[in-house]
Design a binder for this molecule. Sequence first.
Ligand code: URA
Length: 234
Amino acid sequence: MPENDPMAVDPIQPTLLVTSETPSPALDTLPEACSACRRCALAETRHQVVISRGNPRARLMVIGEGPGAQEDASGLPFVGRAGQLLDQMLLSVGLDSNRDAYIGNVVKCRPPDNRKPTAEEMASCLPWLESQIAAVDPAVILLAGATAMEGLLGVKGGITKLRGQWRQGSGTVLGGRWLMPVFHPSYLLRNPSRQQGSPKWHTWQDLQEVRRRLDQLANGPEIPAGEPSAERGL
Ligand code: URA
């Protein structure tokens, strides 16, 4: 991420990026309930269920694919190299990953050899993720990578085309929320160029857009319903 970039957004008061509400007690019961989960075969090979890190009162939720080796060992999402890059990228737009975001994954157990979770595994885990979304009640959801798009929205492939475009959630759990697909940090680790037009550069533009949206939502007025050109409803 560009450092000291004149376009970088100034950090703002953390209170504007979190809700004043107490998170739902549903989150308290998740660790025990998820640890007992045997809905799919990933339960057989996991060391730990990986539920979340960050602030359950944050207005921003980040959803990734699934735990890797370090997450499986620590029980926390996005703590390996991809997680460190995610933290840096969020910080480049003035967001502290543990203070200003609540972070989870489409699946809570590590797929062996870091393979992509299957459609069945994602579907088995979806009720847990939906209960997290409902409890945290984020205004904005960052979908990190194609698997997050597929697992949460059922939209397959094409992250290169879909990234950077706002989607408005619909239905009981996603209704009223803004969703932004971005490249997965692991992909950015493999494509480290910061040149204009590179995946990393695009991601930085996307995160600045997320930051703008959070600021608008915090400061009001409400963004009118409707679909500006770069925004697509679900
Ligand atoms: N990649 C993810 O998608 N999630 C993690 O928790 C770690 C790496």
